[in-house]
Design a protein around this ligand. Structure first.
Ligand SMILES: NC(=O)c1ccc[n+]([C@@H]2O[C@H](COP(=O)([O-])OP(=O)(O)OC[C@H]3O[C@@H](n4cnc5c(N)ncnc54)[C@H](OP(=O)(O)O)[C@@H]3O)[C@@H](O)[C@H]2O)c1
Length: 169
């Protein structure tokens, strides 16, 4: 049976390439981000090149409602997700007190709360299908980051809080 990988932040950068790697290996994919045209173009490319099914879900993941809407959408379309790729993230830079508070809070939401919440939502299905979670952290997780303090700390959370083997059972 074909396995399906859901990739957050699939419209650009590392997420787009990770989605391509799953498609290249014959997995169906669910491409999630906010920019619809980019996702549709990528979905066409994957379907034409690799013969897989590429689902598009346009969703802002920086809110609880957005993440629940994504889960409800994949459930209602009957998509059985096997792999959850927690890739979406952002990085603020600058002197801590000078960084816009809303951007800082959105960063924490996207980098920490979103992967945690999506793993809660999709986890039972992944376990039932003997699937898995791929968290995109960073070398930033291993050191303090001057002028990117919150970003570096957020990557530490997703590296360790969600990745220990006991949590995978
Ligand atoms: N780039 C690096 O050097 C590097 C190094 C180590 C780790 N990382 C990590 O790798 C991951 C991806 O980084 P990247 O550099 O590839 O990022 P990127 O090029 O900025 O792409 C970010 C992706 O996330 C989506 N996105 C952003 N905000 C969103 C939101 N609110 N809701 C839904 N989707 C959203 C963007 O698409 P839309 O704008 O269409 O929504 C885009 O697809 C991040 O977790 C980052 O921390 C990056």
């Amino acid at each position: 049976m074909t396995e399906t990988a859901l990739v957050t932040g699939a419209s650009a950068g590392i997420g787009r390439e990770l989605a391509r790697q799953f498609a290249r290996r014959g997995h169906d994919v669910v491409l999630v981000a906010r920019r619809e045209e980019r996702l549709r173009e990528l979905a066409r490319e994957f379907e034409d090149t690799y013969g897989v099914v590429a689902h598009v879900v346009v969703q802002d993941l920086a809110s609880r409602e957005g993440r629940e809407a994504l889960f409800e959408e994949t459930e209602s379309r009957g998509i059985a997700v096997t792999y959850l790729v927690n890739n979406v993230g952002m990085g603020t830079q600058g002197s801590f007190l000078d960084i816009d508070t809303e951007r800082e809070l959105t960063q924490l939401e996207l980098n920490v709360v979103t992967p945690t919440h999506l793993t809660k939502l999709y986890g039972p299905g992944l376990r039932a299908r003997n699937g898995g979670v791929l968290n995109v952290a960073s070398s930033a997780a291993f050191q303090p980051g001057p002028y990117m303090a919150v970003y570096f700390a957020s990557k530490r959370v997703i590296l360790f809080a969600l990745a220990s083997p006991e949590n995978a059972k």
